[in-house]
Design a protein around this ligand. Structure first.
Ligand SMILES: C[S@@+](CC[C@H](N)C(=O)[O-])C[C@H]1O[C@@H](n2cnc3c(N)ncnc32)[C@H](O)[C@@H]1O
Length: 318
């Protein structure tokens, strides 16, 4: 069986993207293709934090619409960049051996790097954390600047697993302010997954930087996925406080210009955002750029009645 047939067979049986299917094919025993593939796929690492705006539930829709991954992107010659990485749903879905991940949230980036370089000490540290409201408030009060990298990462994962809805929100001084979540027995230390994530990150670069810094490195044939803080659809829905900096009209326009610059360089660019009038307007009228609507079931809204299906956009240049 040649590679093309093998990859197709794997994709017919499992709901996975073409890039990861090729990787699976390269690893399986060709005489035992589907069983071996099932085993590899079941061992795949998952995002280690819950992140508002996480794309996990949307990826299968992107694939069915033929929007992701770009058909002509070659992972052997091009690089994958995810400069608003957050929980990294797309990275964990593609699972490229090498990739460039970055985010402006410093504690998040430290956490990725500790998982990559010091996972056993992280697991030890995470196991010491307790799930009670009093303890949560004590840990939330800590100033991460006074902690070691391992303690920053353990605190970050602990707060994410025990706070309300796995949200990350900071006040104008950059201080984490999400309340305790009253979860039933949350899994604070998923050591099996953390070890898998660590292995998957070994050749991956993870940097604390503004998304524009990737412009120094991207070249023709690279694939860039932008998942910025969304433009608010209404005045009451401004959930953009992942970092103390805001991301509104001016920042969205700068990002649009970066998108156009990457298009000029011959990169494959994919961008998520809210289906708001402003976003539709600023990406309309450019040759080669399409604005696709996708359905997103989202649970972040101050009013219960606002929960449910809303649309968002997936903008592509390929
Ligand atoms: C919508 S979230 C990304 C969600 C992610 N795709 C996932 O699946 O979890 C946006 C991310 O952008 C980061 N961010 C905000 N402003 C940034 C900037 N100027 N440069 C880089 N990252 C930024 C935030 O810290 C946050 O992690």
């Amino acid at each position: 069986m040649n590679a093309l047939e093998g990859v197709r067979k794997i994709q017919q049986n499992y709901d996975i993207n073409a890039i990861y299917a090729r990787r699976v094919f390269s690893l399986v025993d060709k005489n035992n293709l589907l069983l071996d593939a099932a085993k590899i796929i079941s061992e795949k690492p998952k995002p280690f934090i819950k992140w508002v705006g996480g794309k996990r539930q949307l990826l299968s829709q992107f694939r069915k619409l033929n929007l992701y991954p770009p058909e002509k992107f070659n992972i052997d010659t091009g690089n994958y960049f995810e400069p608003f990485v957050g929980g990294g749903a797309v990275f964990f879905d593609l699972l490229p051996e090498k990739a460039h991940l970055s985010d402006l949230n410093g504690e998040l980036v430290t956490t990725y790097n500790v998982i990559k370089n010091d996972v056993e000490n992280l697991i030890k540290s995470l196991k010491k954390h307790k799930v009670t409201k009093e303890y949560f408030l004590k840990i939330r009060e800590q100033n991460p600047e006074n902690l070691s990298d391992v303690s920053i990462a353990a605190r970050f994962i602990y707060l994410n697993r025990t706070c309300f809805n796995g949200m990350y929100r900071v006040n104008s001084k950059g201080k984490f302010n999400v309340p305790y979540g009253k979860h039933n027995n949350p899994l604070v230390c998923d050591e099996t997954n953390l070890r898998k994530v660590s292995k998957a990150l070994q050749k991956v670069q993870i940097k604390h930087q503004d998304y524009k810094a990737i412009l120094k490195h991207v070249k023709k044939g690279d694939f860039i996925y932008f998942d910025p803080p969304y433009y608010p659809v209404s005045k009451t829905s401004t959930f953009t406080a992942y970092t103390k900096e805001s991301f509104l009209d001016k920042e969205q326009l700068e990002l649009r210009d970066t998108f156009l610059e990457l298009q000029k360089r011959g990169c494959f660019v994919m961008l998520s955002n809210s289906d708001s009038g402003f976003i539709n307007k600023i990406y309309s009228g450019y040759k080669g750029i399409s604005i696709n609507k996708v359905e997103a079931g989202r649970a972040i809204n101050s009013k219960g009645s606002g929960r449910g299906k809303i649309t968002e956009v997936l903008i592509t240049n390929y």
